[in-house]
Design a protein around this ligand. Sequence first.
Ligand SMILES: *Cc1c(COP(=O)(O)O)cnc(C)c1O
Length: 408
Amino acid sequence: MKPLGPIPAGYETLDGVLAVDGTPVTALVEAAGGTPLFVYSAALLRARVAALRAALPQRLALHYAIKANPYAPLLELMAGLVDGFDIASGGELAMVTAAGIAPGRVSFAGPGKRDAELEAAIAAGVTLNLESEGEAARALTIADRLGQTPRLAIRVNPDFDLKGSGMKMGGGAKPFGVDAARVPALARRVIDAGAQWRGFHIFAGSQALDAEAVAETQAQTLALAARLARESGAPLPHLNLGGGFGIPYFPGDTPLDLGHIGAALEQQFAALPDELADTQFCVELGRYLVGEAGIYLTQVIDRKESHGEIFLVTDGGLHHQLAASGNFGTVVRRNYPVAVATRFGAAVEEEASVVGCLCTPLDRLAEKGGFPRAEPGDLIAVFCAGAYGASASPALFLGQGPAREMLV
Ligand SMILES: *Cc1c(COP(=O)(O)O)cnc(C)c1O
C-alpha cells in the first residue's frame, strides 16, 4: 500500500459520514444537485485568517493571491477577512471588481500584461507590479494618454530563492520581475515620471513547509528591499514580502510553524533599517489561506478489478484535480489526502486506486491507497482541494466541463 497524505484538521465524522461545518457531505451533494463538487468551508477560512493574525506581527498586512481560488462567494467572504488582493490578469481584475473589492486594495503582478489589461488596471486605480522595463514604459505611456497617475511598484527578481520551495520563482534568469541590479535605475525612472510610487514586490517561492526557510527568506527580502530603496534614493512606501507558506499535501508533510515565522518577523520589524522605518508590509498567500478549507467530492461509478488490483472509478478526475493527480508541478507522484467520505473513519479493508473518468492513465486521484471497501454510489473526498483545484485544472478536457462549487 502507498501512504495517503495527511487529512487537514477541522473535518469531522457524523454517523460515519464526513461532515463539513456540521453538515454531512451527502446532504451537501444533494443540496448542490450532484457530484463532482467542491465544498469550501467559511468557518475554516475564518479560522485560518484568525490563526495568521494571531501569529504574525500586527504591522504585516495579509493579501490573498486569488489565482488559488477565485470562486465568487469565496472572494466576497475573503473581502471582509484580508487586507489586500493580488491578481495576475485582466480576467482576475474583473473578478475582484465583481466581488465589490475596492481597487485600492488590489495589486496586479504577472508577466505579459497586455496594453488593454494595463489600461483597465490604471483606469481602476489598481497597483501594477511591473515585471520589466518594457512594461514600465508601456504603463507610463498608457497612463499619460488616460491623464491618470498610475500606482506603480516594481517586482524584483531576487538573487535568492526560498529553500525547500515547491515552485521556485526567484534566483537566476527568470521571466518574473526585474533583476535586482537594474531595479534602482527603473525605480528612479518611474518616480521621476510622476507615478505614485508603491515600492517593491519580492516573491521568492511557493509551498515551503520549513518555517526557518521562510523566516530566512523574509530576512533576506527585507535586507534587499532596504538596499534597493537606498540605491533608488527614495523612501519605500510599501513592500510585498511574497509568501511561500506551504500546506501539508503528502505523507510525512507537517504543518508550517507559523509561530516561528511570526516571532522572527517581529524581531526583524523591531530593528528595521532607516529606509524601511515607515514602510507598510504585506505577505501574499494563496494556498495557505484557502487550500485546506476545501474538499473535492466525487462519486464512485464503477468498482473493478484488473490483474488483482482494485480500481474505484469516479465521476471526477484530473480535469478538476490536476494537482492531486500529480500532474501540476510535481516530479514524483505521491498521494494527496483522499478518503471514502461515506465511510469516513472506517477501518482500512483493502488496497485500491481511485481513478477519474478520463480516458488517460494520468487520471489517478489516489494510487494503491488503503481504504474501507467502497462500492458504486459511495463518495470519495480529496482534501486540500481549496486551492488550485477548479482554477488550475483543464475542466474542458474530454468534454467533461467544470465541477459544481459551494461555500458553506
Ligand atoms: C502564485 C503566487 C502566489 C500564491 O502562491 P501560493 O503558493 O498559493 O501561496 C503569491 N504571489 C505570487 C506572485 C504568485 O505568483
